[in-house]
Design a binder for this molecule. Structure first.
Ligand code: OSB
Ligand code: MG
Length: 368
């Protein structure tokens, strides 16, 4: 198969509330969206990049340039037989994995639609509902935090992740744990600490957390292995695992007990599934992280999270947790059991609202 036409766009879709981590604050989704066309069918993908290189090295501008100057031309030249061919095609591109993932998702979606199968089924999914939780950004004070968490629990979420940073870590976690002794709770530091903080972080062991996510540097594996030996709570790597090789290194070094898999972070669904398989072989549970995606990227995450070893709840909340209006006509809604339903229709299941998408598009280009 040849991809006949690619449409790329950069968008700006405001969040209902700003999202704050240990290192940055986001007011809107600034993804790059790819739409690919072949044999009378279409596929959609999202590179959930931000305005600045705060989570990883990519930004909306880098994904836009790499996408239109490098990746789209490569894809238009390629002869594709299986969705996995896109990962192989882009293997010689260094970094820029989120940009790559937009095209990779889109081809998976397109081929699944052409085969009349769901993306979940194509990937080897094993369930029709996926367990999800909610990621709660840094809040101005503990009263506000407790109010925000209470609101999400009322909405039906049964697992909560707190963003932490120095000065906003032990006390907020203690406050949430004391108020909800049985809540499935975890924390995420987005790379803000160093090994010198090991004793400080060990205080988190008191709160019966599912995991502590990415406390140390975004590109570290060695120090996480050292830190893990000082903690009872499993460490979970996010930023550090950008490829199946990184997952293997982390597993061999015992740098973590859990892996957060974001298909966008690792270049797409093919690499994400490979990491899932490696973790399963090693006996490590995985869960699907999120990047505050629109309904397009969210559909890829949900399909991935239907694989068997995704045994911990994902950061894949319902669309209404993020946006007043999503770019799809069938936004994900939360089921009463804190799950999202895995779409059964052909492809990812996302039904893109192209008119609304146009209204939030900053720039658009068509490549043939
Ligand atoms: O580290 O998991 C993260 C959002 C943006 C960038 C990084 C992260 C996050 C989240 C939100 O935690 C997850 C979501 O709800 O999409
Ligand atoms: Mg994280």
């Amino acid at each position: 198969m040849r991809i006949e036409r690619i449409e790329l766009r950069r968008i700006e879709l405001p969040y209902i509330t700003p999202f704050e981590t240990s290192g940055w604050r986001e007011l809107a989704n600034h993804s790059v969206i790819a739409r690919v066309e072949a044999e009378g069918s279409v596929g959609w993908g999202e590179a959930p990049v931000g305005v600045g290189p705060w989570y990883n090295e990519e930004t909306q501008s880098t994904a836009w340039v790499i996408g239109r100057e490098i990746l789209a031309p490569m894809l238009l030249e390629a002869e594709l037989r299986r969705p996995e061919d896109v990962d192989a095609l882009f293997a010689r591109v260094r970094g820029n994995r989120m940009a790559r993932s937009a095209f990779e998702f889109a081809v998976w979606d397109l081929m699944a639609r052409l085969e009349g199968r769901s993306l979940s089924a194509m990937l080897g999914g094993a369930r029709n509902r996926v367990d999800v939780g909610v990621s709660v950004g840094v809040q101005p004070d503990i009263d506000t935090l407790l109010r925000v968490v209470a609101g999400y629990l009322e909405a039906g979420y049964r697992r909560v992740k707190l963003k932490i940073k120095p000065g906003w870590d032990i006390e907020p976690t203690r406050a949430v744990r004391e108020r909800w002794p049985d809540l499935r709770l975890q924390v995420d530091a987005n790379s803000i600490y160093t090994l010198d903080d090991a004793d400080h972080l060990a205080q988190l062991d008191a709160f019966d957390l599912l995991l502590i996510e990415q406390p140390l540097a975004h590109d570290d594996i060695i120090d996480h292995a050292k830190l893990q030996r000082c903690l009872r709570t499993p460490l979970c790597l996010d930023e550090s695992i950008v490829s199946p090789e990184h997952a293997r290194w982390a597993i061999e070094l015992r740098a973590c007990g859990v892996i957060n898999i974001k298909p966008s972070r690792v270049g797409g669904l093919t690499a994400a599934r490979r990491i899932h398989d490696l973790a399963a072989e090693a006996g490590l549970p995985v869960w699907c992280g999120g990047m505050l995606e629109t309904g397009i990227g969210r559909a890829a995450n949900v399909a991935l999270a239907s694989l068997p070893n995704f045994t911990l709840p994902g950061d894949i909340s319902a669309s209404a947790r993020y946006f007043r209006r999503d770019v799809v006509r069938n936004p994900f809604a939360l089921n009463p059991d804190s799950t999202l339903s895995v779409p059964e229709g052909p492809g990812s299941g996302a039904v893109v609202d192209e008119e609304f998408l146009d209204s939030v598009t900053l720039e658009r280009v068509v490549l043939t």
